[in-house]
Design a binder for this molecule. Structure first.
Ligand code: NAD
Length: 282
C-alpha cells in the first residue's frame, strides 16, 4: 500500500510529535484538532522541536523548514478526506475517540487505514465502531515521539493482515521499530513497566528502602537507565495511577492493585516533574 498523505487527529503532546516525525520522513501531513488555536499550539510545538534539532546539528535548517511546510492544518473532519492513513491521537476518552472514528469512517476512502494511539482503550472495542473494523489498528507511540524509537502495533481481533503490514511498513518509514502486540490491557510495555513502578512504591511505602536507594538499586543492580521512582515522576504519578487502575479493573486481578502511597501522592497533588514535586523535588 502506498501511503503519501497522513492525517493526525489531535495536535497535543503526542499528535504533534507524530505529525513531526511523519513530515520529517517526507509524508504529507494534515494536522487536525478541534480549533485553529489547538492546531496552532501543535504547530508551535513542532517548530520548537525542529529548531532544537537544528541547534543540535541533527537536522539542517532547510530540512526543518521543508518538514514544517509538509504539514497542513485541518479543523473539520472533511480536511482528512484525502488521507490514506489516519492516526487518532486525541484526548484519552472513549466517547471522544468513538465520535472521531465514526466521523472518519464517513469521510475516508474505503481503502484508508485508521490507527489509534490510545494507551488504555481496547483496540477491539474501538474497531467495532467502524463499518469495516478490519481497517483499524493500534499504533502506540512513546513520549517524546521524535526521540523514542518504539511503536507497539496492536491488532484487535478484527484487524486484517493488510492493515497490520501497512502499519508496520509505515512505522519503518518514519524511522521507528515496531513490535507486534495482541490487544490486551496495557498492551505489552505498560503492562510490564507500570506494575514494576507500582512495586517500587510498595517497597518505599513499607520502609524497605529509601527512594534514592530503590532508584540506585535498579540502576546499578538491574542496569536500568533511570530508577523506577524517578521514571514515575517523569511520566506523571496521575498517569501511572490511571494505568494501574485500568490493569486492575480489566484483569480483575489483585496483583495490579495500586499502592496506597501512589494514590495518596496523587490526592495531594504531587504529580512529579510536571508540577515540581513527586518522589523527588524539582
Ligand atoms: P493532549 O491532551 O496533549 O492532546 C490531546 C489533543 O486532542 C488536544 O489538543 C485536544 O484539543 C485534542 N482533541 C480533543 N478532542 C478532539 C476531537 N474531537 N478532534 C480532534 N482533536 C481533539 O494528550 P496526549 O498526551 O497527546 O495524548 C493523546 C493520546 O495519546 C491519548 O490517547 C493518550 O492516551 C495517548 N498516549 C499518550 C502518551 C503520553 O505519554 N502522553 C503516550 C502514548 C500514548
Amino acid at each position: 500500500m502506498d501511503i503519501q498523505k497522513i492525517g493526525i487527529v489531535g495536535a497535543g503532546q503526542m499528535g504533534s510529535g507524530i505529525a513531526q516525525v511523519c513530515a520529517q520522513a517526507g509524508l504529507d501531513v494534515v494536522l487536525n484538532d478541534i480549533s485553529e488555536e489547538a492546531v496552532q499550539r501543535g504547530i508551535d510545538r513542532i517548530s520548537a522541536s525542529l529548531e532544537r534539532m537544528v541547534r543540535k546539528d541533527k537536522l539542517s535548517a532547510d530540512e526543518a523548514s521543508a518538514a514544517l511546510a509538509r504539514i497542513e492544518r485541518g479543523v473539520a473532519s472533511g480536511s482528512l478526506a484525502a488521507c490514506d492513513f489516519v492516526i487518532e491521537g486525541a484526548t484519552e476518552n472513549v466517547q471522544i475517540k468513538r465520535d472521531i472514528l465514526r466521523q472518519l469512517d464517513g469521510v475516508l476512502q474505503p481503502g484508508a487505514i485508521i490507527a489509534t494511539n490510545t494507551s488504555s482503550v481496547s483496540i477491539t472495542m474501538l474497531a467495532a465502531t467502524l463499518a469495516n473494523p478490519a481497517r483499524f489498528i493500534g499504533m502506540h507511540f512513546f513520549n517524546p515521539v521524535p526521540m523514542m524509537e518504539l511503536i507497539e502495533v496492536i491488532r484487535g481481533i478484527q484487524t486484517s493482515d493488510i492493515t497490520f503490514e501497512a502499519t508496520v511498513a509505515l512505522a519503518r518509514r518514519i524511522g521507528k521499530t515496531a513490535i507486534d502486540v495482541r490487544n490486551s490491557p496495557g498492551f505489552a510495555v505498560n503492562r510490564i513497566l507500570v506494575p514494576m513502578i507500582n512495586e517500587a512504591v510498595f517497597v518505599l511505602q513499607e520502609g524497605i528502602a529509601s527512594a534514592e536507594g530503590i532508584d540506585a538499586g535498579m540502576k546499578l543492580g538491574a542496569n536500568h537507565p533511570i530508577g523506577p521512582l524517578a521514571l514515575a515522576d517523569l511520566i506523571g504519578l496521575d498517569t501511572v495511577l490511571a494505568i494501574m487502575k485500568v490493569l486492575y479493573r480489566d484483569f480483575n486481578d489483585p496483583k495490579y492493585r495500586p499502592a496506597a502511597l501512589l494514590k495518596e501522592m496523587v490526592d495531594a497533588g504531587y504529580l512529579g516533574r510536571k508540577n515540581g514535586r513527586g518522589f523527588y523535588t524539582y
